[in-house]
Design a protein around this ligand. Structure first.
Ligand SMILES: [Zn+2]
Length: 103
């Protein structure tokens, strides 16, 4: 998993932040059981989007091929079909732009 020629530590850190933001944004699904309605349907989702949006932008801008600086996460979400973009990002090991490979 995550074998692309990228900065893996940075990528995993931003991915973690994105997932945390996503959990907050999904508060309407789990919040009503744990907290007040206002928190679940307004406050937490806003916090979630405020966390997830910059994290997503960071992935698009900062996850680059270590050789040619090609934006690999951006490539995954824009150039691959929606169905396999994340799967491609997690399993691919070769930069589609310059062919740089980790294996
Ligand atoms: Zn490359």
């Amino acid at each position: 998993m995550l074998r692309l020629p990228i900065n893996k530590t940075l990528t995993l850190m931003i991915l973690t932040v994105l997932i945390i933001g996503g959990l907050f944004a999904a508060a309407p699904l789990w919040g009503p059981f744990l907290t007040s309605e206002e928190m679940a349907f307004a406050t937490l989702p806003m916090i979630g989007v405020a966390i997830a949006a910059p994290a997503f932008a960071g992935l698009c801008l900062l996850v680059r091929c270590q050789r040619c600086r090609y934006r690999l996460f951006w490539y995954a979400v824009t150039k691959r079909s929606h169905r396999d973009s994340i799967e491609w990002f997690l399993t691919a090991h070769q930069c589609p732009e310059c062919g740089h490979s980790t294996v």
